[in-house]
Design a protein around this ligand. Structure first.
Ligand SMILES: Cc1cc2nc3c(=O)[nH]c(=O)nc-3n(C[C@H](O)[C@H](O)[C@H](O)COP(=O)(O)OP(=O)(O)OC[C@H]3O[C@@H](n4cnc5c(N)ncnc54)[C@H](O)[C@@H]3O)c2cc1C
Length: 494
């Protein structure tokens, strides 16, 4: 086999948010960085480009927010209801949602570096805007804890800015370049990668390699192997390229693989979503307004507390719950009290069923009408009086049905009724290679593998079971930056 050779100080595998943060940090530290991306140019940007750009960071309130969105007018600022989100609250969210399993050292690095990393990204040309799905009541805008700004123009805006800066600073980016293996010295130091390109195999020698090539959610075979048989047919919300081969190549070198290997982030999506993410749709397929209505399965039975928490804390529980229903399908039902409040993305994708009565709605959805009438009657009868307020966990609940709805429970009695079919869409996988706080990949012996770093969704250890929305991009940016800086200094020392 003829193998051409290239050389770089630092090779970064993948071209998503974590990868470009790593490459730009390596570049700032004086290293020559080369990014190798499996996707063709048109599909560049990984899952990061599919995102709505929500980003979660610790802050002390409005005075920390304003430097991120300097163009806001005084009138806009006056309408904002922003509460501080201290590091302790962020950490507590991660620990609570991971059921106490998140690695406290890594979680602390994420939280403590979150705000400064965003300011650093701003210095790279990244822009921010206000969180678009904040609750608007009267002339006030209520921001949920931790979600006050998002990347301007979402994932596409974020990635466009990062690519522009990377290219402007001389970071090399090769497309259609699929890394198939890691090259090592006899002592086990990583010294490069083997790349499949349309022209053949190329070996790239490097002082250090950073894996930032995402999880394995786009591989049906690995989903079944690691997550379980149910996960074979799930919809993939993002990139078709995140298939996880390098997880196993790293494991073959001795890397510790861990975290929540049989767990994944998955949410309700439009039942008509494509099988794998479509960049034209981006994150428009998500269907997250379920706290405003009820959800039933194919047998017209409710199966989950739709009001357990705000959507950003509950969506990862709701997605897999839908997957476990017969045929993996469910229906979100609303009436005229809440339908105007549905997220704007409900206007894209499959058209809803609409009907003046519950029987008629059931017939349109192909559900057993008598069962849906029974379910809604029982639900309506169980709704307690109280004040509905979507801006807070209002405690307006049902009592005495299984499952109860613990917040935002309004009777479904204002027709026409509107229903959307939903399925489970996988976002990313939780487990991966284990790194230390410097982004070095840890060997099963407990020591770092020399020359090998990782960042973003290929890593495991922080997210288990659930995660607070916006922490994925933040994790990639924080550890990408750290890994890039450390890898550069390691490579330049050699
Ligand atoms: C629809 C959707 C919406 C989301 N919304 C949000 C949100 O609003 N906020 C948030 O924080 N998170 C969100 N997430 C999660 C977020 O996308 C991830 O946490 C984050 O983008 C992961 O970044 P990454 O750089 O690790 O991986 P990616 O951005 O996926 O990048 C991995 C890259 O590696 C490449 N690659 C894979 N294998 C190879 C190989 N062998 N050789 C070369 N290249 C390879 C891929 O092509 C890809 O470009 C969302 C995800 C999806 C799918």
């Amino acid at each position: 086999m003829e193998v051409a050779e290239l050389v770089a100080d630092v090779v970064v595998v993948g071209a998503g948010n974590a990868a470009l943060a790593a490459a730009l940090a390596a570049c700032e530290a004086g290293a020559q960085a080369l990014v190798l991306e499996r996707a063709p140019f048109e599909e560049r940007g990984g899952n990061s480009r599919f995102t709505g750009g929500i980003v979660r960071f610790a802050h002390g309130g409005l005075e920390d927010i304003l430097p991120l969105v300097p163009e806001l007018s005084e009138a806009e600022v006056a309408r904002m209801d922003v509460h501080p989100y201290p590091a302790a609250a962020y950490t507590e969210d991660i620990m609570r949602m991971s059921e106490g399993k998140a690695d406290p050292v890594l979680a602390n690095v994420l939280v403590q570096n979150s705000y400064q990393t965003l300011r650093w990204m701003q210095s790279l040309g990244v822009r921010f805007e206000l969180y678009q799905t904040a609750v608007r009541q009267g002339d006030r805008i209520y921001f949920p804890a931790g979600a006050v700004v998002q990347f301007w123009s979402g994932g596409p805006g974020l990635m466009e800015r990062l690519f522009r800066t990377a290219e402007g600073r001389g970071v090399g980016v090769a497309y259609d370049a699929s890394v198939v293996d890691l090259l090592t010295t006899v002592e086990g130091r990583v010294q490069g990668v083997r790349v499949q390109t349309p022209e053949g195999i190329i070996d790239v020698r490097a002082g250090a390699v950073i894996l930032a090539c995402g999880g394995f959610e786009a591989s049906a075979e690995r989903r079944v192997r690691y997550l379980g048989a149910d996960w074979g047919p799930v919809r993939v919300r993002g990139s078709r390229h995140n298939t996880g081969e390098l997880l196993e190549r790293a494991e073959a070198l001795g890397a510790r693989i861990g975290g929540h290997m049989d767990g994944a982030h998955a949410v309700p999506v439009d039942a008509g979503s494509p099988v794998v993410g479509d960049l034209q749709l981006g994150d428009l397929t998500a269907r997250l307004s379920y706290p405003l209505g009820i959800m039933v399965n194919r047998d017209a039975q409710r199966f989950i507390d739709e009001g357990m928490d705000f959507k950003s804390y509950s969506y990862t529980v709701v997605g897999p719950a839908i997957l476990r229903q017969p045929d993996g399908i469910a229906y979100q039902i609303f009436d005229q009290q809440t339908v105007e409040r549905l997220e704007a993305r409900y206007t894209s994708g499959s058209r809803p069923a609409m009907a003046g009565t519950i029987e008629e709605l059931a017939t349109k959805l192909g559900l057993p009408p008598a069962a849906l009438v029974r379910t809604t009657k029982a639900y309506n009868a169980a709704v307690r009086d109280g004040t509905f307020n979507p801006a807070i966990k209002d405690g307006k609940c049902t009592q005495g049905i299984e499952p109860d709805k613990t917040n935002w429970a309004l009777r479904l009695d204002k027709p026409p009724f509107v229903a959307y079919g939903v399925r489970c869409g996988i976002t990313f996988t939780f487990g991966g290679v284990i790194t230390n706080e410097a982004g070095e990949v840890t060997h099963r012996r407990g020591t770092p593998i020399p020359g090998l770093y990782a960042a973003g969704e290929i890593t495991g250890g922080v997210f288990y079971h659930n995660y607070p929305s916006g922490a994925g991009l933040m994790l990639g940016a924080v550890f990408g930056r750290i890994a890039g800086t450390k890898a550069a200094s390691y490579a330049l020392r050699r």
